[in-house]
Design a binder for this molecule. Structure first.
Ligand SMILES: Nc1ncnc2c1ncn2[C@@H]1O[C@H](COP(=O)(O)OP(=O)(O)OP(=O)(O)O)[C@@H](O)[C@H]1O
Length: 689
C-alpha cells in the first residue's frame, strides 16, 4: 500500500517521513515531497497525507490529486523527547516562540498549551514581525534554531512538530489497518509517555539528592540560618537556628514564623524594623541577628550568630593567621620610646597608614622597621586583611619569583600539581611587607615594578594576568640611592617604592629611648623587679649600638641570665666579644662612630690596600682599579648605570674627606688616609679588598 506525504519544507518532510517509517515499520510504501523542493506532476497513492492545513490548501489549488483521492490532513504536536527542557524553564519566564511564520508559531504555542505547558509566558514571533521589548532571554523553536535572533543566548530547540496520535489513528483508519494495529500503536505512545515519566522521576531524584546535600551543608553551618516568605512561612531552618531559637525538629511540615518566634523583640525586628542588624538577648544568650530581604522573591534570609562564640572563633582565626605569619602583631602602642625622633616617625607613619601609598622604610638593622610596617597595617583601612612579611635576603631568585607571584601547574620541574597561589594573591585585601628590598635581583625588580605600576601579576609559567589589591610596604637597611647610582637598583622602582618614605633613626641617635627599652625588655622577660646600676645605664647610653634595638634586647637577655640579685651591674656585662663593635672602646668614646655608604666603604678599603702596598691613590688610578675590581667580582647583569666614573669617584672621595677619613691630595699621588681613617680600617678589621 502506498502513502504519499506532502509537506511544506524539506526539514518537516524529513522529520515526518522518519516518524512514519519508525511507526509503521514497512507496513506502507511511503513517498515524501516538499513544496519547497518540488512536487511531481501527478500524485497517485492509496492515501495522501498533508503535513498541515496550509499545505493541504496550497496543494489543492495545484490540482495534482484525482477526484476521490483519500486524504488525511495532519494535526501536529510537540515531540516529547525535549519536553523536559521546556518543563525546566523558570515559572513566569518570558519566552520567544520562534517559527518561520506567525501562524505556525501560534500553532506551536497552542500545541504546548494543549499538553500542559502553562508555567511560562510564550510570545509568538517569526522573522516578518518586530521583536518584542524587552527581549526575552530564552527562545523555544520547533527545529528553526537558525531563525532565533542573535541577542538571545538560550535556545531550547524542541525539534520539528510531529504527527499527533489522532493523525496516526486517521492514517490507520483510512488504510484499513485500524482494527489490527491501533493497539500496537497506542502501546508505542504509552511507552513514550512512560519514558517521559521515568525521565521526570530521575530529575526528581536528582533534585532530592541535591536538596539532601544542601540541607547537610546548611545544617553544618556554624551560624543559624532561617528563610521565610512574604506570607510568613518558613522554608529553611537549619540545626543551629533551631538550637538558638529552641525550636523542636518537626520534620518537613511547614512552620509559620509567628509560631516559631517566642521573642516579641525578635518578631518585631524581623517583621517591622528598618535596620538590618541587631544584637538581641534570646534565651540568656547575646545573638547577632542579620536579615537580608530579596526584593525579587520577597523572601527574607536571617542569619543568627552567637556573639560569644563568634568572638572566640575570631580569636582562633587570629591565632591561626599568627601561626602562619599572616597576622600583623604590632601596633604603634607597642613601640617603646618617647624620643623626639621616634615620635616623629610615629606621627608620619600614622598619617601614611591612613593612605594607601606604597611606603619605603629605611634604617639600620634592628631599628624596628618590621614593627613600623606591622603598625602601619594595623592602623590602615586594610587592618582586617592579611599581613604578609617576606624577607628577600633569605630567598633565592627562583624562590622569590614563585613565592611572590605563584606558578601554574607544570611551570617548572617539581612544580606542585594544580600550581600555587603567590603571596601577592594571598595578601589580597591586605598588606605585603617586602623586607631587605635592596637584595633583590634585576629580574625581580622588573616584575615588582610591574606590580607597583599596574597592580597586576602574572604567575610563573602562566599567560593570564591577574589583578591584585595589596598595599606594599618595603624596607631596607641599605643605601638604595647609592645602589641606584651604581646601577644595582632600578631608579624607577626606587621612586615607586618611595611614594611614602620613613627613615628610622638608629638607637644611638635617640639615646632617650635606650633605658625605657631596656626596662621594657626586662619586664618582658621577668617578673622580678630589677634595677640597673648607674654605671650600666651610662655604659648603655654611651655605646653606639650598631645592632640597634635587637642588640640591646640581646644584652638584656644575657644580663638577666647571669644576674642573681636585684641589681644589674657592670659585672653582669658580657665581655667585649659579645658586642658587634668593640664595646669597651666605645664605652669611652664620646663621639659617635662613623658610618659609610657601601661605595665609600669600597673606596676606603681600596685606598687602605694601596696604602699598604705603597701604591698611588690618585682619582684616575682609583677609578681604574675600581673598574677592574668590578670586572673581577662580576657586574650585575641588569645594571643600567655606566661603570664607575671619575665623577662618582670624586663624589665618594668628597664624602670620605667630610667624614675626616682621608685628606684630599693635589697631585697624581692622590688622597691619603688620615689617622682616623687608618683607625677606622683597623677597627673594622678589613682584610683588604
Ligand atoms: N620601639 C620599639 N619598642 C619595642 N621593641 C622594639 C622597638 N623597635 C624595635 N623593637 C624590637 O627590636 C627587634 C628588631 O625590630 P624589627 O625586626 O622591627 O627591626 P628591623 O629594622 O625590621 O630589623 P631588620 O632590618 O634586621 O629586619 C624586634 O624584636 C622588635 O620587637
Amino acid at each position: 500500500m502506498k502513502i504519499v506525504l506532502l509537506a511544506g519544507t524539506d526539514q518537516t518532510k524529513a522529520r515526518l517521513h522518519q516518524q512514519m517509517e519508525e511507526m509503521f515499520q514497512g507496513l506502507f510504501h511511503i513517498l515524501s515531497y516538499a513544496i519547497d523542493t518540488g512536487l511531481p506532476e501527478t500524485i497517485a497513492a492509496d492515501l495522501v497525507v498533508f503535513s498541515s492545513k496550509q499545505v493541504a490548501d496550497e496543494i489543492s489549488e495545484k490540482n495534482l490529486l484525482s477526484a476521490g483521492q483519500r486524504k488525511v490532513t495532519a494535526v501536529r504536536t510537540i515531540p516529547m523527547d525535549y519536553l523536559d527542557q521546556v518543563m525546566k524553564l523558570a515559572k513566569g519566564e518570558r519566552i520567544l516562540l520562534v517559527n518561520d511564520r506567525l501562524e505556525t508559531a501560534l500553532e506551536s504555542i497552542e500545541a504546548l498549551r494543549r499538553i500542559g505547558v502553562d508555567h511560562i509566558e510564550m510570545i509568538p514571533w517569526a522573522p516578518t514581525e518586530t521583536l518584542p521589548l524587552p527581549l526575552p532571554k530564552v527562545a523555544i523553536t520547533p527545529g528553526e534554531g537558525y531563525l532565533v535572533p542573535a541577542e538571545i543566548n538560550t535556545v531550547v530547540d524542541i525539534g520539528p512538530r510531529v504527527f499527533d496520535f489522532s493523525t496516526i489513528a486517521a492514517i490507520l483508519y483510512q488504510t484499513g489497518y485500524y482494527q489490527n494495529c491501533s493497539k500496537a500503536f497506542s502501546e508505542g505512545y504509552l511507552k513514550k509517555i512512560i519514558h517521559m515519566a521515568s525521565k521526570l522521576a530521575d530529575s526528581h531524584r536528582e533534585i532530592e539528592t541535591l536538596n539532601q546535600h544542601l540541607s547537610e551543608v546548611i545544617d553544618g553551618l556554624n551560624d543559624g540560618l532561617m528563610v521565610f516568605n512574604q506570607e510568613g512561612w518558613v522554608s529553611v531552618l537549619n540545626e543551629k537556628a533551631r538550637q538558638l531559637l529552641k525550636v523542636p525538629d518537626r520534620g518537613k511540615s511547614p512552620i509559620a514564623l509567628t509560631r516559631l518566634l517566642s521573642s516579641a523583640e525578635l518578631k518585631h525586628f524581623l517583621l517591622h524594623e528598618e535596620v538590618q542588624e541587631k544584637i538581641l538577648m534570646l534565651f540568656q544568650q547575646e545573638i547577632l541577628v542579620k536579615k537580608l530581604v530579596d526584593p525579587k522573591s520577597l523572601t527574607t534570609a536571617v542569619i543568627l550568630k552567637n556573639v560569644q562564640e563568634t568572638i572566640a572563633s575570631g580569636n582562633q582565626i587570629k591565632r591561626d593567621l599568627m601561626r602562619r605569619g599572616f597576622f600583623a602583631r604590632y601596633t604603634f602602642d607597642d613601640l617603646i620610646g618617647n624620643s623626639e625622633a621616634l615620635e616623629k616617625v610615629k606621627k608620619t607613619s600614622r598619617k601614611l597608614a591612613a593612605s594607601d601609598l606604597t611606603v619605603l622604610l629605611v634604617g639600620e638593622s634592628g631599628t624596628g622597621k618590621e614593627m613600623i610596617a606591622s603598625s602601619i597595617h594595623r592602623a590602615s583601612p586594610r587592618w582586617e586583611g592579611p599581613f604578609l612579611a617576606v624577607n628577600f635576603s633569605a630567598l633565592s631568585d627562583e624562590l622569590i619569583e614563585s613565592e611572590l607571584f605563584g606558578y601554574e601547574e607544570g611551570a617548572f620541574t617539581g612544580a606542585r600539581k594544580g600550581g600555587k597561589m603567590g603571596l601577592f594573591e594571598q595578601a589580597d585585601g591586605g598588606t605585603i611587607f617586602l623586607d631587605e628590598i635592596g637584595d633583590i635581583s634585576g629580574k625581580v625588580q622588573s616584575r615588582l615594578l610591574r606590580v607597583l605600576q599596574e597592580k597586576e601579576i602574572m604567575p610563573v609559567g602562566g599567560h593570564e594576568i591577574r589583578s591584585i589589591n595589596v598595599r606594599i610596604v618595603a624596607a631596607t637597611n641599605q643605601n638604595l640611592e647609592a645602589l641606584v647610582s651604581r646601577g644595582i637598583f632600578r631608579e624607577d622602582l626606587y621612586y615607586r617604592l618611595k611614594n611614602g618614605f620613613i627613615h628610622l633613626p638608629p638607637l644611638r641617635q635617640r639615646k632617650e629611648d635606650i633605658l625605657p627599652l631596656a626596662a621594657h625588655f626586662i619586664s618582658m622577660e621577668t617578673k622580678r623587679s630589677l634595677l640597673l646600676e648607674r654605671e650600666v645605664k651610662q655604659a648603655m647610653e654611651n655605646y653606639h649600638w650598631p645592632g640597634n634595638i635587637r642588640e640591646l634586647q640581646n644584652l638584656v637577655s644575657y644580663m638577666l641570665a647571669v644576674a642573681e640579685g636585684d641589681y644589674l651591674t657592670l659585672e653582669h656585662f658580657p665581655d667585649s666579644h659579645f658586642f658587634s663593635q668593640g664595646f669597651s672602646s666605645s664605652l669611652n668614646q664620646k663621639k659617635p662612630p662613623v658610618f659609610l655608604t657601601p661605595a665609600e666603604e669600597k673606596v676606603l678599603c681600596l685606598m687602605a690596600t694601596c696604602h699598604r702596598k705603597g701604591e698611588k691613590t690618585g682619582r684616575e688610578s682609583l677609578c681604574r682599579r675600581l673598574r677592574e675590581l668590578e670586572e673581577r667580582e662580576g657586574r650585575d647583569a641588569h645594571s643600567l648605570q655606566p661603570r664607575w666614573t671619575f665623577h662618582q669617584v670624586r663624589v665618594v672621595l668628597g664624602g670620605l674627606v667630610e667624614k675626616g677619613l682621608i685628606q684630599a691630595g693635589t697631585g697624581r699621588q692622590g688622597s691619603r688616609l688620615t689617622e682616623k681613617g687608618i683607625r677606622y680600617i683597623e677597627e673594622q678589621k678589613y682584610n683588604g679588598c
